[in-house]
Design a protein around this ligand. Structure first.
Ligand code: KG4
Ligand code: ZN
Length: 350
């Protein structure tokens, strides 16, 4: 494949664009530039993502961000040899913006396009870090919409080991934060408040901790936080940090214990953590400690590439092409897949 890869991410509330240079000889691709616009402040007034507003903002941002990335990289549009975009999962209207722009650019430049699975982007994002992983590994994917443990044997070789049966870990953070009166997105806000609290002040449930499988459930935790908050009544403001700390501790303990279980079950000694919740410092500290004690290597994406971004989309495209599992085509009749299981993409692509 010739030329640079332009990646466009628009599945939710972040517009991300990036440019990578594919590398030869099995080396990871190199990130030349990436630019991001977060819509958080726009959605904050509504306490969550408003899909219609998200789509409209992606339209405003995507071309200026593309321009910025080209300038940063000192590259010309004519050097782009492949345009990659997030095909799913995510908000349909938001996805359509990135897909539409990517395919229009591809058609104008007469280069192929490639739709990428958003979670594959997250999962491969540690390959852009200074300490890239090697296959095979167990991946803990923890984002706002997904909580999954996967066995990863190579690019496109993803086997689902377990997943949440209701809320995602990020959703548990966000919904609990909302109950505590914290602003959207609740994850980082709850984590910051938890740093000032005592996690042992309240004992919250650890759902499915001893279920014997690798599935998760977080819906009950949200209810437990609500019950506790109601019980506290007027005392809540003074105890908010403690309740935040107890909530974070419950989520983190379940994620750590199930990750260790997945490592045991597969016999693998390498763990990759990806997705927005992977930015959580308590999760990182506990995983690091537990894995160090067991001789397991843990890999994370760079902190700024934990949440949604275009770099992971361009990277996933580069790695799929390099591994020979994707066939980018000059086929500009795009579609998007708002719901799309990762293990369905297989080695042959989708
Ligand atoms: O991967 P991501 O950016 O978007 C999705 O694909 O969903 O993940 C966003 C999620 C949100 O639920 C957000 O609250 C959570 O990641 N998050 C965090 C932290 N940073 C982001 N949760 C806990 N601690 C953090 N530091
Ligand atoms: Zn994401």
């Amino acid at each position: 494949m010739h030329g640079l890869i332009l990646g466009i991410e628009s599945s939710c509330d972040e517009t991300g664009v990036a440019l990578v240079r594919p590398a030869g000889g099995g080396a990871p691709p190199r990130l030349l530039a990436h630019a991001l616009h977060s819509q958080i402040s726009m959605h904050q007034a509504y306490g969550g993502v408003v899909p219609e507003l998200a789509s409209r903002d992606h339209i405003r941002r995507v071309l200026p961000l593309t321009q910025a990335v080209l300038e940063q990289a000192g590259a010309r549009l004519a050097e782009v040899g492949l345009v990659a975009f997030t095909r799913g999962p995510g908000l349909a209207g938001a996805l359509l913006v990135g897909a539409g722009v990517a395919c229009a650019l591809g058609a104008a430049l007469d280069v192929p396009v490639l739709g990428i699975h958003h979670l594959e982007g997250h999962l491969l994002s540690p390959f852009l870090s200074a300490d890239p992983p090697a296959f095979p590994f167990v991946a803990l994917l923890v984002s706002g919409g997904h909580t999954q443990l996967m066995r990863v044997d190579g690019v496109g070789r993803y086997e689902l080991l377990g997943e949440t049966i209701d809320d995602a870990a990020g959703e548990a953070f966000d919904k609990s934060a909302k109950l505590l009166g914290l602003p959207y997105p609740g994850g980082p806000a709850l984590a910051a408040l938890a740093g000032q609290g005592d996690a042992d002040a309240f004992r919250l449930p650890r759902p499915l901790l001893h279920s014997g499988d690798l599935d998760f459930s977080f819906a009950g935790l949200k209810t437990a936080v609500l019950t506790q908050a109601r019980r506290l009544g007027e005392a809540l403001p003074a105890r908010r940090a403690d309740l935040a700390a107890a909530t974070q501790a419950a989520i983190v303990e379940v994620l750590v214990r199930k990750s260790l279980k997945a490592l045991e079950a597969t016999g693998l000694a390498r763990l990759v953590v990806a997705g927005g919740v992977g930015a959580n410092r308590a999760l990182r500290a506990q995983l690091d400690a537990a894995c160090a004690a067991r001789g397991v290597r843990v890999h994370y994406p760079e902190l700024h590439l934990c949440t949604d971004n275009g770099a992971m989309i361009a990277l996933a495209a580069a790695m799929r092409v390099q591994a020979g599992v994707a066939r980018p085509a000059r086929d500009y009749a795009f579609d998007v897949r708002p719901r799309w299981p990762l293990d369905a993409i297989g080695a042959a692509g989708a």
